[in-house]
Design a protein around this ligand. Structure first.
Ligand SMILES: O=C(O)CCC(=O)C1=CC=C[C@@H](O)[C@@H]1C(=O)O
Ligand SMILES: [Mg+2]
Length: 371
């Protein structure tokens, strides 16, 4: 049976981060993104969230390209095609190349509406069964090593299950060595956001002595082959983030031995259906996965939680509590992590209420389209 969908609203939001997030590309203080809202005839609303940033430093997509692609291409495809199950959205969007974050923003809303129509939690609709998930934290680049140590200390005390630290040439081995000295037993990983090349192999091999959980995306954002050479030289597991856009990329990376771990980000792979396919493939091939964050507001955060209930999400993800990012989130209740554990909501759909007042207060503009 077709999923009844009447209209869709694209809401552009602007929210200020409580803690500015610094990467090798600059500091993010304000986040702009879209909340998508699909309505059915009975007043139910399914919500999605776009995760691209305003500039294309993480991937080629931006808030503006998300808007263009949703408005001028994807919404038309949703209107012209019958969607019987949220998995169909992936197929319906196939004529449009890439633009995965735009696709995921709409597909997520269809998944939420579908689960609400079925009166089941999104986690259950996806096939997940965990009632709680372990989460870690991702710390942006800090001004000094002392600042970093203090920040880590705070989050270790809060009970987060692993600490992710950003590295780049000149801010890597020495810093991590210092961190390891102060936190000998804490699960620690490093995210390089593509800052190295194969020429750095000897230098990166020094990290092996630090017992890191993994090094995330050391080489180019569009590489899979060089990572295989690097993984062969390192004892530290390589985790791919930016390089993995699809199940096909996943298959190639596993076949080549490019990584031992995959970070699944719903937006980067084009939605929940593809994320689940990647998860299933990794499960069959005994590759550990975890759910990466994109500094999401409540809707995206709720989707990450639902996805993480699938069994192969055996490593803690980036999905920390709302308060670490926002003074006020757009969902009720906000996401909270107690001792590094988030309880998975058991209400239908994403499982959190939308705080309409908050949503309204962060809205910069909105447009509605018939479906
Ligand atoms: O959502 C979070 O907690 C932050 C996750 C995070 O580390 C990242 C988000 C977006 C871009 C990157 O800087 C980084 C990553 O590459 O994983
Ligand atoms: Mg990353």
């Amino acid at each position: 049976m077709t999923i009844p969908m009447k209209q869709i609203k694209l809401r552009r939001l602007k929210m200020s981060l409580t803690n500015p997030f610094t990467t090798s590309f600059g500091t993010l203080q304000e986040k702009e993104f879209f909340i998508t809202e699909v309505f059915d005839d009975e007043g139910r609303r399914g919500f999605g969230e776009s995760v691209a940033f305003t500039s294309p430093w993480y991937s080629e997509e931006t808030v503006e390209t998300n808007h263009h692609v949703m408005k001028d291409f994807l919404i038309g495809l949703l209107r012209e095609n019958n969607i019987n199950h949220p998995n169909d959205v992936l197929e319906v969007f196939k004529p449009i190349k890439r633009n995965h974050m735009a696709k995921a923003a709409l597909e997520g809303a269809v998944w939420d509406l579908y689960a609400k129509q079925k009166r089941i939690p999104l986690a259950e609709a996806l096939g997940g069964s965990r009632q709680e998930i372990d989460v870690g934290i991702s710390i942006g680049i800090q001004p000094t090593v002392d600042d970093l140590l203090q920040t880590i200390d705070q989050h270790v005390r809060e009970g987060y299950k692993r600490i992710k630290i950003k590295i780049k040439p000149g801010w890597d081995y020495d810093v991590l060595k210092e961190v390891r000295k102060h936190f000998p037993d804490t699960p620690i990983m490093a995210d390089a956001n593509s800052a190295y090349t194969l020429q750095d192999t000897e230098h990166l091999k020094k990290l092996d002595e630090l017992g890191l959980m993994m090094i995330e995306q050391p080489l180019a954002h569009d590489d899979i082959a060089d990572h295989a050479q690097l993984q062969a030289a390192l004892a530290t597991p390589v985790c791919l983030d930016e390089s993995i856009h699809s199940l096909n990329d996943t298959r190639k990376a596993i076949e080549l031995g490019s990584c031992k771990i995959i970070n699944i980000k719903i937006g980067r792979v084009g939605g929940l259906s593809e994320a689940k396919r990647i998860h299933d493939y990794c499960r069959e091939h005994s590759i550990d996965v975890w759910c990466g964050g994109m500094l999401e507001a409540g809707v995206g955060r709720a989707q990450n939680i639902a996805l993480t209930t699938l069994p192969q999400f055996v490593l803690p993800g980036d999905t920390a509590g709302s308060a670490l990012y926002w003074k006020k989130d757009i969902i009720k209740p906000e996401v909270t992590a107690a001792n590094g554990i988030i309880a998975v909501p058991d209400k239908p759909g994403i499982g959190y209420e939308i705080d309409d007042e908050a949503l309204e207060s962060f809205t910069v503009s909105e447009e509605t389209f018939p479906l």
